[in-house]
Ligand binder design. Structure first.
Ligand code: CA
Length: 267
């Protein structure tokens, strides 16, 4: 059999294509990782990860929720009341391209120590900006992420809920993948986590996980959680559990908010 010769037209088209390829070298575009996804943390804290992961964190201390290039987002977990076993987020702090942002339980915002007034915003470097919305919520835009922090609860017992959303370029366009309790769920895998990927202590801010002693390999006994001995004598004070907002409605509100803010969200 003789090989079929390309027709002159096909040969011409091929030549043209290679010429174009040389003229416009176009690296293949990488598929965005975990684009347009949202992870939530709310109540005593429940976590809903970016691709459907669900788990709870019931610890006291400062924990990292998100760490990526130019962004750190930490939450302070405290006991809801002195007597409750449940913990809630009492404060958050962020570092976004060098700016230090603190958000207290009333959603009061300070940037490098200066208070941000209600219904105002501040922008700095790149896409970074922070808005104190009329409803008291705080919106932080880093370009790569949109972070929302909301104060919830009764006047006496307030707590914070938060969400982290990725944009259309995903979370790894800058070559750095996110870490942290929420950040690590932007991994675009099909695994629905039922717990954090690592030992909870390794997310703790300012606490280095103890290095394993090489001599005595301790069996990995998980730190026994303090038995929550409910005092049977004293009647339980009617401390309402932090309202666990319906995740769907929270998300809908969030999307509506973004639409209201940006109009062309998602385009
Ligand atoms: Ca990144």
């Amino acid at each position: 059999m003789t090989a079929i010769k390309p027709t002159p037209y096909a040969a011409l088209a091929q030549a043209k294509t290679s010429a174009n390829a040389l003229r416009y070298p176009h690296p293949p575009e990488k598929k965005p990782v975990a684009a347009n996804e949202t992870a939530f943390i709310w109540g005593d804290p429940h976590i809903a990860g970016a691709d459907g992961d669900r788990f709870d964190v019931n610890k006291v201390g400062k924990f990292n929720l998100l760490e990526d290039k130019g962004v750190k987002f930490n939450a302070d977990f405290r006991k809801f009341t002195d007597k409750s076993a449940a913990t809630i987020i009492r404060a958050t702090d962020l570092e976004v391209d060098g700016k230090k942002i603190k958000i207290d339980v009333n959603a009061k915002v300070t940037i490098d120590g200066k208070e941000l007034q209600s219904n105002t915003y501040k922008a700095w470097g790149g896409d970074n900006q922070i808005s104190k919305l009329r409803n008291g919520n705080v919106l932080i835009d880093t370009g790569e992420y949109t972070i929302l922090v909301a104060s919830e609860g009764s006047a006496k017992n307030k707590f914070l809920n938060a969400s982290v959303s990725s944009g259309k370029h995903g979370v790894s366009a800058d070559g750095v993948a996110p870490k942290g309790l929420l950040g690590e769920t932007f991994d675009a895998d099909a695994v629905k986590q039922t717990k954090p990927k690592k030992n909870l202590e390794s997310y703790q801010v300012g606490v280095k996980p103890a290095a394993p002693k090489p001599s005595t390999p301790k069996p990995t006994t998980p730190t026994t959680p303090k038995p929550t001995t409910p005092k049977p004598t004293t009647p339980k004070p009617s401390t309402p559990k932090p309202a666990t907002p319906d995740i769907k409605s929270w998300f809908d509100q969030f999307v509506a908010l973004l639409k209201q803010l940006f109009g062309n969200f998602g385009k």
